[in-house]
Design a protein. Structure first.
Length: 375
């Protein structure tokens, strides 16, 4: 019997069931057709907006508007659609709308399948061109010279090397923070099949192997472990070999067309890594924003307390403070602070005016929609 005949017989059998599967499937097809029509209608409207943006000189990416869309839809969602799934669906729809308005190039700390890459796809979807870079400095450089429209850089809790260099580069750069993104530091075991019993070889970067060793010893004790130069190379090997698997970050399975044979296989959980989207444009207020500042102070007693006093006096929520040694011969440290609010807020502007006399150097790194660590 031909394969098509078998499929047809199965469908006929389903149609005779009491639940009337064929009728339900027809309703699903009708809904799918409507969804397709509505998505194309949305993209045509986005195209018109893109034409207006071009006439007025506005940027294509509007992270405030995109944040508003996701918040509104999440609030309207009655289920059973999972909020995280909703988020991913509309990130891709928004990305497709951006691609119609103008092609976008995004630089990230490569190669593919790094957590920076996964954070970038979470922010921009799959309709942009991603350009891997060997260093954070190169990401800044590509965006500054206009070769890329945006860059995605790690800034906290990264497993891919030091992120303090990111903060240092803001002193040299005129780029702004346009958005933030939190990416879970978690690993999946990716393979062509979900059965652990067929896996004989596991490919992974050395850091991933080290963080998942206890799980591998328990569930795949007979598998051969092979270190790779990158998670992307590991995934490529798993795609070529049916009895092989790769360890990569959560979310990489969809990116490379593999199955997650096991999820969250790391031995110890870690806090999400915070990433920043950097670009040349300032972001308008969203109603719930974060402003990042950097400043240098004289190395004298009470200098930091005097600089922070205006923030307390203005009842501004100080979200974070971090210090970094500076190479400037006259200054000892830079301070980086995150404040709740937008630079357009009168209270933050007033606080900056009061900080400025105490600071040897003061710079606004940008205001952008504030996200929770689960986003």
């Amino acid at each position: 019997m031909a394969k098509n005949d078998t499929v047809g017989n199965e469908q006929d059998a389903n149609c005779t069931m009491g639940t009337n599967i064929c009728d339900i499937r027809q309703l699903i097809d009708d809904v799918d057709n409507t969804i397709l029509e509505l998505i194309n209608r949305r993209l045509n409207l986005a195209k018109k907006i893109g034409e207006l943006k071009k006439d007025t000189g506005n940027q294509v990416v509007d992270s405030t508007r995109e944040s508003e869309i996701l918040k509104r839809l999440t609030a309207r969602n009655k289920g059973p659609l999972n909020p995280n799934v909703l988020h991913h669906i509309f990130i891709d729809i928004i990305a497709a709308a951006r691609a119609i308005q103008a092609s976008q190039r995004v630089a990230y700390l490569g190669p593919e399948a790094t957590f920076t890459h996964l954070a970038a796809t979470s922010q921009f979807g799959y309709s942009v061109t991603y350009v891997p870079q060997p260093s954070i400095r190169e990401i800044f450089s590509e965006v500054e010279k206009g070769a890329c429209d945006y860059g995605v850089v790690p800034v906290e809790n990264s497993v891919e090397g030091s992120v303090r260099h990111t903060l240092d580069l803001f002193f040299e750069s005129d780029l702004f923070i346009c958005a933030e993104r939190y990416q879970p530091v978690s690993y999946d075991l990716l393979a062509q099949e979900v059965s652990l019993g067929v896996i004989q070889t596991v490919y992974a970067h050395s850091s991933a192997l080290n963080q998942c060793r206890a799980w591998l010893n328990q569930y795949l004790p007979q598998a051969e472990l092979k270190e790779c130069s990158s998670s992307a190379f590991a995934v490529e090997q798993a795609k070529k070999q049916k009895a092989a698997a790769a360890i990569a970050g959560v979310g990489a399975a969809a990116l490379f067309g593999l199955e997650a044979a096991a999820s969250k296989i790391e031995d110890f959980s870690r806090p999400p890594t915070r990433f920043l989207v950097i670009g040349k444009e300032r972001v308008r207020p969203s109603g719930k924003d974060k402003t990042s500042l950097m400043f240098a102070l004289a190395h004298v007693p009470g200098a930091l307390a005097s600089a922070l006093a205006p923030i307390t006096q203005a009842s501004i929520n100080l979200l974070k403070i971090e210090s970094r040694p500076t190479r400037h011969e006259s200054w000892s440290h830079f301070f980086f602070i995150d404040l709740e609010g937008h630079i357009a807020d009168g209270s933050i502007q007033q606080a900056m005016d009061m900080i400025r006399p105490h600071a040897l150097y003061l710079k606004n790194l940008g205001s952008y929609p504030m996200l929770g660590q689960g986003v």
